[in-house]
Design a protein around this ligand. Structure first.
Ligand code: AMP
Length: 289
C-alpha cells in the first residue's frame, strides 16, 4: 500500500490508473477507522480495480468550539487496517496542502439542504463537507465514491452536488454498521463514558420504536417523533438536538410517512453529539400496510 501526501502525486497516480483502463474507487474518511469505514472499503474493493482511502480531518467542516483538535487520530493503526484490506493508496494530505494560503473558493449546495437537520446546529458544516469532497474528487478522479448511510444528510447533499455540478462519477452508499447492542459505530463513540455509552442506546432504540410504530400502521410523523422524543428523554444524560422525518432526496419534512422516508436524529449524550437514522424504503411501507 502506498501512502500519498502530495496532491500532485495523487493526481498523477490517478491519471496513470485511468490511462491503464482501470477503475478507481474512493472512500473519503476522517480516519480513526472502524468497521463502518472498513465495510465501505470492502464495497470499493469488490467494485473497483484501484482503491484509494483518504484520511483528512477537514478543518472547514468544524465550527469554532467543536472538536477539531480533540478529534481522535491514529494513522499507524489506520494504515495497518487498510493494508490488511488490500487498499492501494492511503491519501493523507496536510491541511495546508488541501487549503493553501489564500484559498477562498467554497462549494455549497444551498441552504435548503444544508440548514436543515444537522445544519440547524452546524450551519457551516456541510459547506465544508462539499468543498473538501469536491476537491477530493478532482484529486483522486474516482469512478465510484463510497459514503455511509450513517451520515444520511451528508449522503443526500453529496449526491445533490454530484448532480448539480455534473461530476462524472457514481456515489455508492453502504448500510450503517452497528455494535451488537445497536449503537451505530462512530469515531466519536470513544468520547463516551461507560454510563453514557449505555445511555447512547436511546438513539437506536428510538429508531426501533419508530419502526414498530410504522409496522403497526402509524403514518403521522409528529406522533412518531413525539414517541421517539419521550423515549430519548428517559436517559438522564441525553438531550435531543433534533428528531425529523424527511424525504431522503431533498430532506424536506414529511407530515406523513407514505413512501420512502428518512427518520433521522441527533442527540447529545453528555457532551458528545451522536447521530443515527433509519431509511425506510417504499417496499417496507407497502409490506406493512
Ligand atoms: P467519517 O470518518 O466519520 O467522516 O466517515 C467516513 C465515512 O464512513 C462516511 O461516508 C461515513 O458515513 C461512513 N461511516 C461512518 N460510520 C459508519 C457506520 N457506522 N456505518 C457505515 N458507514 C459509516
Amino acid at each position: 500500500m502506498e501512502r500519498i501526501t502530495e496532491i500532485n502525486a495523487m493526481n498523477q497516480r490517478a491519471e496513470m490508473v485511468r490511462r491503464q483502463g482501470r477503475t478507481i474507487g474512493l472512500v473519503p474518511t476522517m480516519g480513526f477507522l472502524h468497521q463502518g469505514h472498513l465495510s465501505l472499503v470492502r464495497m470499493a474493493k469488490a467494485a473497483c480495480d484501484f482503491v484509494v482511502v483518504s484520511i483528512f480531518v477537514n478543518p472547514t467542516q468544524f465550527a469554532p468550539g467543536e472538536d477539531l483538535e480533540d478529534y481522535p487520530r491514529d494513522l499507524e493503526r489506520d494504515e495497518a487496517l487498510l493494508k490488511a484490506e488490500g487498499v492501494d493508496v492511503v491519501f493523507f494530505p496536510s491541511p495546508l496542502a488541501m487549503y493553501p494560503q489564500g484559498s477562498s473558493t467554497t462549494v455549497s449546495v444551498g441552504e435548503e439542504m444544508t440548514r436543515r437537520l444537522c445544519g440547524q446546529s452546524r450551519p457551516t458544516h456541510f459547506n465544508g463537507v462539499t468543498t473538501v469532497v469536491a476537491k477530493l474528487f478532482h484529486m483522486v478522479k474516482p469512478h465510484q465514491a463510497f459514503f455511509g448511510q450513517k451520515d444520511a444528510q451528508q449522503l443526500s447533499i453529496v449526491r445533490k452536488m454530484v448532480r448539480d455540478l455534473n461530476f462524472d462519477l457514481e456515489v455508492v452508499s453502504g448500510p450503517i454498521v452497528r455494535e451488537e447492542d445497536g449503537l451505530a459505530l462512530s469515531s466519536r463513540n470513544v468520547y463516551l463514558s461507560e454510563a453514557e455509552r449505555r445511555e447512547a442506546l436511546v438513539l437506536s432504540r428510538s429508531l426501533a420504536f419508530a419502526r414498530e410504530m410504522v409496522a403497526k400502521g402509524t403514518r403521522d410523523s409528529e406522533e412518531i417523533i413525539l414517541g421517539m422524543r419521550s423515549l430519548v428523554e428517559k436517559a438522564a444524560s441525553a438531550r435531543v438536538d433534533y428528531i425529523a422525518i424527511v424525504d431522503p432526496v431533498d430532506l424536506k419534512p414529511l407530515e406523513r410517512i407514505e413512501e420512502t422516508a428518512l427518520v433521522a436524529l441527533a442527540v447529545y449524550v453528555g457532551k458528545t453529539r451522536l447521530i443515527d437514522n433509519w431509511l425506510m424504503e417504499e417496499k417496507n411501507v407497502a409490506h406493512h400496510v
